[in-house]
Structure formats: structure tokens, C-alpha cells
Design a binder for this molecule. Structure first.
Ligand SMILES: Nc1ncnc2c1ncn2[C@@H]1O[C@H](COP(=O)(O)OP(=O)(O)OP(=O)(O)O)[C@@H](O)[C@H]1O
Ligand SMILES: [Mg+2]
Length: 409
């Protein structure tokens, strides 16, 4: 690692586009630039209006650039949402060297072999993540390199996404003037930042409560075992407010942030606020209890759906690490307590420990910077007014594999 190398992460979410610029300082990463812009033209994490989204993405990038005084031309792009799927796969190769000692090349070849699988036409491969290797029938090998063998196998999972959703996402980044340095699965990036090794080993549910969907990632035995998503999120809560209080979306969103609570028992009768209603020139006075009566059932429904999905994935008895919650939806007051009731398990809200991004909605994007600094290696130069900076980009597969190993051991 070189001091001064920079990494740029882009999280194009349903409610906001976030750009984070991180600078490497030895083993640490410092967040030096942050840019946000309101998303327009995106529904449930999928871009439906590229032109509108390009403008929002450009604005977010420019914010971050201005903060640091550099011009960026490549970024890692976070991928998440209900379209993501994990498919188990298996690869087998014959060890290529004459002395049968397994090397980086063999590991890379076997992972390539695991990529080969029958996928429907509309699915695109994002990544292949190894679970365990087998050398001549010896299973549960974490790192086969240096071992002697004839046959090398890998059990892995192939991460796929919807071709259309990914195409639109990458098109949007490119049209915003940035080269896509790589795609990063946001749950893996978030986990890298907010989960402990023990939690990942014993089992934990990582929940990303976004605007358009709630991502559910199950980590066990040190790795991501399952991913699923509930296709509703904070936007549904806002939508309920627009109907219940007969107001516009912007008004509903702002009163949710200011006066919203997840649990009616937290609301006070005497606490009142005024809202401008659609189709009326008269403001209406509402109590926080009225508002909470709209918010609570939807929040309960979302948490109940999350629990159902976790149970359906085969983790009915829960996982000893409980639930770790991220995403902007967790900024709603009392959301953690409500989650605890619905999950009947320990919960904690994870927040990045960096100035300027101490907000659970930044976990994925900040996590991406950390994740990339560990798993990706090459650097290219970045044009700027300050001393020469280099941008980390372009992954080297074997370098990433080496780091996966250090995680599993
Ligand atoms: N202070 C707050 N109080 C209540 N809700 C909030 C608050 N701040 C943000 N939210 C909600 O959090 C949600 C946005 O979360 P986040 O930024 O993680 O979503 P996103 O990444 O843009 O969307 P997605 O991941 O679904 O594509 C919105 O529904 C927003 O209303
Ligand atoms: Mg998100």
C-alpha cells in the first residue's frame, strides 16, 4: 500500500447517490471526500430514467471532488438490491505444474472453472467467491497454495445480478464521466466494516434498510452464506404518510425525518406540527401520535417480512450474532427497538466511525473503500492540483484471493 493512494466508491441508491473518496494511510483508510445528491429516476434500486440519474450522479461526484480538490475519473460501483442472487457452484481442475505443487495460477483456474454455469440469459455474473477448496479428496482446505495434489476443486458461490439493472447502472456511471473500476457487492463491503470476525463465524444477519428495499445478508462460518431482499423499504413508509395525511411526497419525507417515531408509545399527544395538504391552501395540524399510527404498522410489516425471509432461508432458530442493522431507514427514531421486538433477537445499529459519515446509510459506501483497499491492488494516477495521487483500480484476481484466505484462516 502506498500512502496517498485514493479509492473512490459510488453507491447509487433509491433515495441518494453517494460518492466517497478515501485515502490510504498505511493499513488505515481516511475518508477525505463525501458527496451526496438526491436520486431521481430510480425505483427500488433499479434505474428507470438514465438521463435523470446521470445528472444526480454527476452532482454527487462533483460535491466530493470539490471537497478534496481533485478530479476523479474512475470509481468502484456498489451493487445490491432484490435482483442479486447467489448460486452455489463447483469447479475442478488438474494441477498444472510438473511437481504438482498448487500455485496462484491453479487457484485462479479453478475459480474460473466455477464461473462456468448455466444461467438464464437475463443474469450477469458479478463475482465468484470461494467457500472451500478440496485437494485430492481432502475437503475444507482454506488455502490450497503450496499443497501437493493432482486434482483441485472449489466450492464457491457465483454472485449474479439482473443484466438490465446492471447495464443501466454501469451505463449511468460511464455517462457521468467515470470509468467503472470494478463492481462491489455492497453486503460484502458493509460486512467488512461493521461485522466482527466472531459474528461472521458464529452467524449474524446483516440488514440494510434502504428506501426501495431491505437487503438481508446471512453470514456464517466466516462468509456470506445467503442473500435476499424484501422489495419494500423507507419509501413505503413515506408513501403511507402521503396517503394518511394527504400531503405530497417531499412533505411526507420531511415530517417523517423530523417528527416520525417507529413506535406509537414513543409519540406524545401534545407534540403537534403543521402540514400543507395537497389540494388545499389551509395547513392542517397533526399530532405525532397520528403520524406514528401510520408509521408503526408499516415498519412492523417490513421487520416481520425480514424475519420471515430469514426463517425461510433456514435460520428459524436465529443466529447467535443476532441482527446488525444499517441503512437510512434505521435513522427513524425507535426503529431499533421495534426491530428487537419483531426479531425477538439482539439487534445493534451500525454506524461508520468517520467524521462526516456517521450515519447508517453510509455503511455500504464507506465499507466499499475499506473492502477495495484490502481486496484490490493496482493503482493508476489521478489528475489533480495537489501532489501526485494514485487511484486504486483494476483488480488482480489472485491478489483478492490471497486476501480472502487471510479472512477465512
Ligand atoms: N432521519 C430519518 N428518519 C427517518 N427515516 C430516514 C431518516 N433519514 C433517512 N431516512 C430514510 O432512509 C431511507 C433511505 O435510506 P438509504 O439512504 O440507506 O437508502 P438508499 O440506499 O438510497 O436506497 P436503496 O438501498 O433501497 O436503493 C429513506 O426511506 C429515508 O426516508
Ligand atoms: Mg442502499
Amino acid at each position: 500500500m502506498t500512502k496517498g493512494d485514493i479509492i473512490v466508491g459510488l453507491d447509487i441508491g433509491t433515495s441518494s447517490v453517494r460518492t466517497i473518496i478515501g485515502e490510504l494511510d498505511g493499513q488505515n483508510v481516511n475518508i477525505i471526500g463525501v458527496g451526496t445528491a438526491k436520486s431521481v429516476g430510480i425505483k427500488k434500486g433499479a434505474i428507470i430514467d438514465i438521463d435523470a440519474m446521470v445528472a444526480a450522479t454527476k452532482s454527487s461526484i462533483e460535491h466530493a471532488e470539490r471537497m478534496v480538490g481533485i478530479s476523479i475519473h474512475a470509481a468502484y460501483v456498489g451493487v445490491s438490491g432484490a435482483h442479486i442472487g447467489l448460486h452455489p457452484s463447483h469447479g475442478i481442475v488438474a494441477v498444472s505444474t510438473s511437481d504438482h505443487e498448487i500455485g496462484d495460477v491453479d487457484v485462479e483456474r479453478v475459480i474460473e472453472a466455477a464461473r462456468v454455469m448455466n444461467l438464464p440469459n437475463e443474469r450477469e455474473i458479478i463475482d465468484v467467491v470461494p467457500r472451500q477448496f478440496t485437494v485430492d479428496g481432502l475437503t475444507e482446505v482454506a488455502d490450497p497454495r503450496g499443497m501437493i495434489g493432482v486434482r483441485l476443486e472449489v466450492d464457491s458461490y457465483v454472485v449474479t445480478g439482473s443484466r438490465t439493472v446492471l447495464h443501466n447502472l454501469l451505463r449511468c456511471v460511464e455517462r457521468s464521466g467515470l470509468e467503472v473500476a470494478g463492481m462491489v457487492l455492497l453486503p460484502l463491503a458493509s460486512a467488512d466494516m461493521v461485522l466482527t470476525q466472531d459474528e461472521k463465524k458464529l452467524g449474524v444477519v446483516l440488514v440494510d434498510f434502504g428506501a426501495g428495499s431491505v437487503g438481508i445478508s446471512i453470514f456464517q462460518n466466516g462468509m456470506l452464506e445467503q442473500f435476499d431482499a424484501v422489495p419494500i423499504g423507507g419509501d413505503s413508509v413515506t408513501n403511507d404518510i402521503t396517503i394518511g395525511l394527504q400531503c405530497g411526497t417531499e412533505v411526507a419525507e420531511s415530517i417523517k425525518h423530523r417528527y416520525g417515531v417507529a413506535d406509537v408509545t414513543m409519540a406524545k399527544e401534545q407534540e403537534k406540527f403543521k402540514i400543507s395538504r395537497t389540494g388545499s391552501s389551509m395547513d392542517k395540524e397533526c399530532t405525532t401520535i397520528e403520524l406514528a399510527n401510520i408509521i408503526e404498522p408499516r415498519m412492523r410489516e417490513i421487520f416481520a417480512l425480514v424475519r420471515q425471509r430469514v426463517e425461510r432461508l433456514g435460520y428459524g432458530k436465529g443466529l447467535s450474532g443476532g441482527y446488525v442493522l444499517t441503512g437510512g431507514g434505521m435513522l427513524l427514531k425507535g426503529a431499533d427497538k421495534l426491530a428487537e421486538q419483531e426479531f425477538e433477537a439482539p439487534v445493534r445499529v451500525a454506524i461508520p466511525d468517520y467524521v462526516g459519515v456517521r450515519d447508517p446509510s453510509y455503511v455500504g459506501c464507506v465499507g466499499m473503500i475499506k473492502y477495495v483497499s484490502r481486496f484490490y491492488s493496482r493503482v493508476i494516477e489521478v489528475s489533480n492540483s495537489a501532489p501526485v495521487r494514485r487511484m486504486r483500480t483494476d483488480r488482480k484476481t489472485w491478489e483478492r484471493i490471497r486476501n480472502w484466505f487471510s479472512d477465512f484462516l
